[in-house]
Design a protein around this ligand. Structure first.
Ligand code: DQA
Length: 144
Protein backbone atom coordinates (compact mmCIF):
# COMPACT_ATOMS: atom_id res chain seq x y z
CA UNK A 1 0.00 0.00 0.00
CA UNK A 2 1.27 3.45 -1.00
CA UNK A 3 0.19 6.49 1.01
CA UNK A 4 1.15 10.13 0.52
CA UNK A 5 0.97 12.68 3.33
CA UNK A 6 0.45 16.26 2.12
CA UNK A 7 0.89 19.08 4.62
CA UNK A 8 -0.13 22.63 3.85
CA UNK A 9 1.05 26.06 4.97
CA UNK A 10 3.06 26.58 8.15
CA UNK A 11 3.20 22.87 8.91
CA UNK A 12 6.92 22.96 8.00
CA UNK A 13 7.28 24.81 11.31
CA UNK A 14 5.98 21.94 13.45
CA UNK A 15 8.19 21.63 16.49
CA UNK A 16 8.48 25.36 17.06
CA UNK A 17 5.08 26.67 15.88
CA UNK A 18 2.70 27.26 18.81
CA UNK A 19 3.84 24.10 20.66
CA UNK A 20 0.95 24.47 23.12
CA UNK A 21 -1.37 23.71 20.17
CA UNK A 22 0.73 21.60 17.80
CA UNK A 23 3.23 19.94 20.13
CA UNK A 24 7.01 20.17 20.07
CA UNK A 25 7.93 17.38 17.69
CA UNK A 26 9.12 18.13 14.15
CA UNK A 27 7.23 16.44 11.34
CA UNK A 28 10.44 14.81 10.09
CA UNK A 29 10.99 13.03 13.40
CA UNK A 30 7.32 12.01 13.61
CA UNK A 31 7.51 10.74 10.02
CA UNK A 32 10.44 8.46 10.92
CA UNK A 33 8.31 6.99 13.73
CA UNK A 34 5.46 6.43 11.29
CA UNK A 35 7.73 4.64 8.82
CA UNK A 36 9.06 2.45 11.62
CA UNK A 37 5.53 1.67 12.84
CA UNK A 38 4.07 0.86 9.41
CA UNK A 39 6.83 -1.02 7.61
CA UNK A 40 4.29 -2.69 5.31
CA UNK A 41 3.19 0.72 4.00
CA UNK A 42 5.15 2.75 1.48
CA UNK A 43 4.90 6.24 2.95
CA UNK A 44 5.83 9.52 1.28
CA UNK A 45 5.45 13.09 2.47
CA UNK A 46 5.18 16.50 0.88
CA UNK A 47 4.77 19.98 2.34
CA UNK A 48 4.15 23.31 0.68
CA UNK A 49 3.09 26.77 1.76
CA UNK A 50 1.74 27.43 -1.75
CA UNK A 51 -1.87 26.66 -2.65
CA UNK A 52 -1.21 25.81 -6.33
CA UNK A 53 1.65 23.48 -5.41
CA UNK A 54 -0.66 21.55 -3.10
CA UNK A 55 -3.13 21.20 -5.97
CA UNK A 56 -0.38 20.03 -8.35
CA UNK A 57 0.67 17.42 -5.80
CA UNK A 58 -2.90 16.13 -5.35
CA UNK A 59 -3.21 15.71 -9.12
CA UNK A 60 0.22 14.05 -9.43
CA UNK A 61 -0.63 11.64 -6.60
CA UNK A 62 -3.48 10.27 -8.69
CA UNK A 63 -1.08 9.70 -11.63
CA UNK A 64 1.45 8.05 -9.31
CA UNK A 65 -1.22 5.59 -8.19
CA UNK A 66 -1.16 6.23 -4.48
CA UNK A 67 -3.75 4.14 -2.64
CA UNK A 68 -4.56 7.05 -0.39
CA UNK A 69 -3.69 10.61 0.51
CA UNK A 70 -3.60 12.08 4.01
CA UNK A 71 -4.16 15.81 3.66
CA UNK A 72 -3.68 18.48 6.28
CA UNK A 73 -4.48 21.63 4.30
CA UNK A 74 -3.63 23.96 7.22
CA UNK A 75 -5.51 27.24 7.03
CA UNK A 76 -6.49 26.50 3.40
CA UNK A 77 -8.98 24.07 4.94
CA UNK A 78 -11.18 27.01 5.77
CA UNK A 79 -10.70 29.09 2.63
CA UNK A 80 -9.62 27.17 -0.45
CA UNK A 81 -12.30 26.24 -2.93
CA UNK A 82 -9.47 25.38 -5.33
CA UNK A 83 -8.05 22.68 -3.02
CA UNK A 84 -11.58 21.40 -2.33
CA UNK A 85 -12.12 21.15 -6.10
CA UNK A 86 -8.83 19.26 -6.49
CA UNK A 87 -9.89 16.76 -3.82
CA UNK A 88 -13.20 16.16 -5.58
CA UNK A 89 -11.52 15.96 -9.01
CA UNK A 90 -9.18 13.07 -8.23
CA UNK A 91 -10.13 9.46 -7.74
CA UNK A 92 -7.59 8.82 -4.98
CA UNK A 93 -9.21 8.66 -1.54
CA UNK A 94 -8.30 11.56 0.76
CA UNK A 95 -8.45 11.52 4.56
CA UNK A 96 -8.37 15.02 6.10
CA UNK A 97 -6.26 15.41 9.23
CA UNK A 98 -5.97 18.28 11.70
CA UNK A 99 -3.53 18.13 14.57
CA UNK A 100 -5.58 20.44 16.75
CA UNK A 101 -9.27 20.11 17.56
CA UNK A 102 -10.50 22.70 15.10
CA UNK A 103 -14.00 22.60 16.63
CA UNK A 104 -12.55 23.84 19.91
CA UNK A 105 -10.90 26.86 18.28
CA UNK A 106 -12.03 30.10 16.61
CA UNK A 107 -15.32 30.02 14.70
CA UNK A 108 -13.59 30.40 11.33
CA UNK A 109 -11.82 27.09 11.89
CA UNK A 110 -15.13 25.27 12.39
CA UNK A 111 -15.76 25.26 8.65
CA UNK A 112 -13.87 22.96 6.32
CA UNK A 113 -14.35 23.26 2.55
CA UNK A 114 -12.46 19.96 2.23
CA UNK A 115 -14.46 17.61 4.49
CA UNK A 116 -17.37 17.08 2.11
CA UNK A 117 -15.09 15.40 -0.42
CA UNK A 118 -12.83 13.58 2.02
CA UNK A 119 -13.46 10.01 3.09
CA UNK A 120 -13.41 11.31 6.66
CA UNK A 121 -11.82 13.85 8.95
CA UNK A 122 -9.60 13.30 11.99
CA UNK A 123 -9.12 16.30 14.26
CA UNK A 124 -7.81 16.88 17.75
CA UNK A 125 -5.57 13.86 18.31
CA UNK A 126 -2.28 15.67 17.81
CA UNK A 127 0.22 14.11 15.41
CA UNK A 128 -1.36 10.76 16.25
CA UNK A 129 -4.09 11.77 13.76
CA UNK A 130 -1.76 10.81 10.89
CA UNK A 131 -1.32 7.35 12.42
CA UNK A 132 -5.11 6.99 12.75
CA UNK A 133 -5.49 8.00 9.11
CA UNK A 134 -3.01 5.33 7.93
CA UNK A 135 -4.84 2.79 10.07
CA UNK A 136 -8.13 3.80 8.46
CA UNK A 137 -6.71 3.08 4.99
CA UNK A 138 -5.43 -0.32 6.18
CA UNK A 139 -8.79 -1.16 7.79
CA UNK A 140 -10.65 -0.22 4.61
CA UNK A 141 -8.39 -2.43 2.54
CA UNK A 142 -8.88 -5.37 4.91
CA UNK A 143 -12.66 -4.91 4.78
CA UNK A 144 -12.67 -5.04 0.96
C1 DQA B 1 -4.57 22.77 11.31
C2 DQA B 1 -5.74 23.64 11.78
C3 DQA B 1 -5.89 24.88 10.92
O1 DQA B 1 -6.96 25.67 11.38
C4 DQA B 1 -4.62 25.70 10.98
O2 DQA B 1 -4.72 26.82 10.14
C5 DQA B 1 -3.40 24.91 10.66
C6 DQA B 1 -3.28 23.57 11.21
C7 DQA B 1 -4.30 21.60 12.27
O3 DQA B 1 -3.56 20.69 11.87
O4 DQA B 1 -4.78 21.59 13.41
O5 DQA B 1 -2.47 25.40 10.03
O6 DQA B 1 -4.90 22.22 10.05
Amino acid sequence: MKILIINGPNLNLLGTRQPEIYGSKTFDSYFSELQFGFQEVELAKYQSNVEGELINKLQEAQEQEYDGIILNPGAYTHTSLAIADAVSSIKTAVVEVHISNVMDREQIRHTSLISKNAVGTISGFGLNGYKLAIQSFLNTREAN
